[in-house]
Write a protein that binds this ligand. Structure first.
Ligand SMILES: *[C@@H]1O[C@H](CO)[C@@H](O)[C@H](O)[C@H]1NC(C)=O
Ligand SMILES: *[C@@H]1O[C@H](CO)[C@@H](O)[C@H](O)[C@H]1NC(C)=O
Ligand SMILES: *[C@@H]1O[C@H](CO)[C@@H](O)[C@H](O)[C@H]1NC(C)=O
Ligand SMILES: *[C@@H]1O[C@H](CO)[C@@H](O)[C@H](O)[C@H]1NC(C)=O
Ligand SMILES: *[C@@H]1O[C@H](CO)[C@@H](O)[C@H](O)[C@H]1NC(C)=O
Ligand SMILES: *[C@@H]1O[C@H](CO)[C@@H](O)[C@H](O)[C@H]1NC(C)=O
Length: 372
């Protein structure tokens, strides 16, 4: 009993001390709660030796919703500075920039843990070798995370986890080399995932298997040598898949069977030499397929049979020698539509058969146009 009383007294005393010091420091903060007043205001840091400088849309305690923070050198993960974010816990949009002479080697998780209304987080030009588990503080308010150009190499399991409102992740222009399972978990609202222009050469099977709501996946500008059915397991809502500028040599049987709602597939600028007749099997909604700038010399006669809805097909800059009527036949009706496109040119050597295909196509298109 006496112990409880003593504890109560201590708590009261500590509030009193904070209250006095807060009021002494700044008069205009009189009406704010004591909790925020006992830390420095993030938006008006007075310390001449500060290691962070934040520019806010409103500077009064708890009034800022947008802020850009410049990071100087020497900030550690457990620096007390990160608790200054407590003074602006209504922040909705936060951006971290690194000064040319500055450095930041981690995601400031401690700062984020004070921002329960944060919607958008951007970090750029930091040097963050790895994203650790739960780096984004399990913030269920977050909608968008953009961490472009931060030299990120490694994403640890659960790096993006327990972010129940997150809808977009942008990881472009880092150096991510390998994508493990269980990096992207607990993201029930994730719609867009961009990992373009990295260094990805290994995608572990089922790396995206928790992303049932994902609609757009960009993996362009990496070093991927192969993709298989298991790569895309779980992506049942995916509509757009960009695999441009990788090192994919062949597309085997049923590669895209796990992504039946795909509308747009881009495999331009790889080193494709072979596409199995069953590679596109199951893509009944696919509308746009681009295979330009590869090394295709032939296409099987059944290769378009799994994709009857194609209205845009780009085969430019390959070395196609035999393109038969049978190959194009499954999508012939679509190509009559004036809004359809079919590109074959560049290095293509037109044999008699190919020419035949084209002349019949062009006449179809003409007929449709004059008829409408
Ligand atoms: C700032 O840093 C300088 C050099 O380290 C030190 O002499 C000075 O006391 C510091 N000023 C404050 C207000 O901490
Ligand atoms: C800051 O917030 C308080 C309480 O919401 C409000 O009364 C005040 O006008 C705001 N100040 C500014 C500069 O927006
Ligand atoms: C996020 O959740 C994980 C798993 O429950 C937990 O270990 C971690 O401490 C949490 N992080 C924060 C900042 O709340
Ligand atoms: C998540 O988003 C919904 C819908 O926009 C919103 O009502 C809810 O408050 C958000 N949750 C959090 C924790 O911000
Ligand atoms: C890309 O990854 C390879 C190993 O897969 C590594 O040798 C190379 O240094 C990486 N390049 C960059 C720019 O990180
Ligand atoms: C032509 O294609 C457009 C868009 O895909 C579609 O809305 C339209 O119905 C098609 N027209 C015909 C005649 O197939």
């Amino acid at each position: 009993m006496t112990r409880h009383l003593l504890l109560l007294f201590l708590v009261c005393a500590s509030f009193l001390v904070h209250d006095v010091s807060g009021r002494g420091r700044k008069d205009k903060d009189k009406n704010k709660n004591s909790h925020s007043r006992n830390t420095e205001n993030l938006c008006e840091i007075q310390d001449p030796n500060r290691t962070i400088d934040c520019f806010c849309d409103k500077v009064e305690y708890q009034n800022a919703t947008d802020s850009t923070c410049w990071i100087f050198n020497g900030l550690q993960q457990d620096d007390a500075v990160w608790d200054y974010f407590m003074s602006q816990s209504n922040m909705e949009r936060l951006k971290f920039n690194i000064r040319p002479d500055g450095n930041l080697r981690f995601v400031p998780t401690r700062a984020l843990s004070h921002l329960h209304r944060l919607l958008e987080l951007k970090i750029q030009y930091a040097n963050i070798p790895e994203l650790v588990p739960y780096a984004f503080a399990n913030l269920s308010s977050l909608r968008e995370i953009s961490v472009i150009r931060n030299q990120i190499v490694d994403l640890k399991p659960h790096a993006f986890s327990k972010l129940s409102n997150l809808s977009q992740i942008t990881l472009d222009e880092n150096r991510i080399a390998e994508l493990h399972r269980d990096v992207f978990v607990g993201l029930p609202q994730l719609k867009k995932l961009y990992i373009g222009r990295n260094n990805l050469s290994v995608l572990h099977d089922r790396a995206f298997s928790h992303l049932h709501r994902l609609e757009e996946l960009e993996l362009n500008g990496n070093q991927l040598p192969v993709v298989t059915r298991e790569t895309f397991t779980g992506l049942k809502s995916l509509k757009i898949l960009n695999l441009q500028e990788n090192r994919i040599r062949m597309l085997g049987d049923y590669t895209f069977t796990e992504v039946p709602n795909l509308v747009e597939l881009n495999v331009d600028h790889n080193i494709l030499q072979y596409i199995s007749d069953r590679a596109f099997q199951g893509l009944s909604r696919l509308n746009r397929l681009t295979l330009a700038e590869n090394r295709l010399t032939a296409l099987g006669s059944d290769v378009l049979r799994g994709v009857p809805n194609i209205h845009f097909l780009d085969l430019r800059d390959n070395s196609l020698r035999t393109l038969t009527f049978d190959t194009v036949n499954p999508i012939m009706e679509n190509l009559k539509n004036v809004t359809s496109y079919f590109f074959v040119e560049g290095k293509t050597v037109l044999t008699a058969t190919t020419k035949l295909v084209f002349s019949s196509l062009w006449s179809c298109v003409e007929q449709y146009r004059t008829g409408s």
